[in-house]
Design a protein around this ligand. Structure first.
Ligand code: HEM
Length: 370
């Protein structure tokens, strides 16, 4: 019996390569925001513990304030890849989502609680009150959401366990066990959080709204965090790769299309290594410089893109080995709708650019000001 539900008879309205391109781009941006949230929050919690250090306090406040904005990007950049993933992988993704339905739907409530705690965390820091326990609560909830997403994104690749899970309960109350890929995947995202947030601190460091001491603190600690966690990030990446099934490893080595993803994998390792060097330079020299800020930001973006390309190949090859070919769909392109979508997409990017320019021109207030 074929494990996947029957394909929807309605053809796809745009080429598969276009869906995949948009999926990868938007998902990579979602990952940038997710990593800033997961790592930035933990760093802000740690800084908030050092209440006697003025620099640590200002750093905690500066990060916490921005995290409420970062959260909007986590959510808004999560919706597009969810839609594209449902179009491309719906028969697998809907099934796994239903099987863990109670947890999957609970993400909305957990997300709202996380968001609320983030505002509380920031407000308490601004008021000079103890806030670490609130921030830690928000981080635990965000980490749990990440865990549920890793669980679903790996369960969708295991049609062989779906039947037994459904027979155990049709209420979606059990989480799957026994998948060797879930743990390293989740850890990869969590370690990546600290790494990317270290780069984020290097990015923030040269701002004129920080005093010279605060700039040194941000560059020094951020750089060291990026350097050390970059090495852990690479190790987690190798682990996540090592536990992939043989079919995926063979596919990456020989498949005419997915073979190219191996270059993205090598690129990812090389870029993280570059970021580790940048981090060490900023961290040990306590250098807050504009070129370092932009170099770190660019490398971070490229790291998430190469990571997402490789991850996408791992998913396609895993599904292919189980009889699901993502390219095997009837396509009847509706070019007028595709054109309209692309026009609105570019216009949307323009509006975001304008918003950023307004923020950049706004009157600057020192981060440590009461
Ligand atoms: C605190 C909030 C969130 C966190 C910490 C988070 C974290 C993550 C993580 C760790 C993954 C990777 C899972 C893996 O493959 O191992 C992921 C993937 C994903 N997230 Fe988020 N996420 C959050 C919110 C959201 C929201 C609100 C949405 C959508 C509305 C969303 C949509 C997605 C999608 C669609 C994927 C996977 C897409 C794919 O593989 O094609 N996320 N997220």
């Amino acid at each position: 019996m074929h494990p996947f539900p029957a394909v929807d008879p309605i053809p796809l309205p745009a080429p598969i390569w276009l869906f995949k391109l948009l999926h990868i781009v938007t998902l990579a941006l979602h990952f940038v925001a997710v990593e800033m949230l997961l790592g930035g929050l933990l760093l802000a919690v740690v800084f908030s513990l050092f209440r006697s250090s003025p620099q640590a306090h200002v750093a905690a406040r500066a990060i916490a304030r921005r995290l409420t904005v970062v959260m909007t990007y986590v959510i808004n950049l999560g919706v597009p890849p969810l839609l594209f993933a449902q179009v491309l992988y719906g028969r697998a993704l809907y099934t796994s989502s239903v099987l863990i339905g109670a947890y999957w739907i609970a993400i909305i409530l957990i997300l709202m609680a996380t968001y609320w705690l983030l505002y509380q965390f920031s407000a308490r820091l601004d008021a000079g009150k103890s806030a670490w326990h609130i921030g830690l609560g928000a981080w635990l909830l965000a980490g749990f959401i990440a865990r549920l997403l890793s669980t679903n994104m790996t369960l969708m690749l295991r049609p062989e366990v779906w039947h037994d899970m459904y027979m155990s309960s049709a209420a979606g109350i059990y989480l799957p066990t026994g998948d060797p890929t879930t743990e390293p995947r989740w850890l990869l995202m969590m370690a990546g959080g600290l790494f990317i947030s270290g780069l984020w601190m290097i990015y923030l460091a040269p701002r004129s709204t920080f005093t010279a001491d605060e700039q040194k603190f941000l560059a020094g600690v951020g750089g060291k965090v990026a350097a050390v966690c970059g090495l852990i990030y690479i190790a987690a990446g190798f682990w996540a790769n090592a536990v992939q099934p043989e079919a995926v490893k063979t596919g990456l080595a020989t498949h005419p299309l997915y073979h190219f993803a191996t270059f993205a994998g090598f690129g990812w390792v090389a870029l993280v290594a570059v970021a580790v060097v940048l981090g060490a330079y900023a961290g040990f020299g306590k250098v807050a410089a504009g070129w370092l800020a932009w170099a770190g930001a660019l490398v971070a973006l490229l790291i998430e893109i190469t990571f997402t390309v490789y991850r996408d190949a791992v998913r396609d090859l895993t599904l292919l080995s189980k009889g699901y070919d993502v390219w095997d769909r009837v396509v009847v392109t509706n070019w007028s709708v595709v054109g309209l979508f692309l026009v609105l997409f570019v216009a949307g990017l323009g509006v975001i650019g304008w918003l950023i320019s307004v923020v950049a021109r706004a009157q600057k207030v020192m981060e440590g000001a009461a």
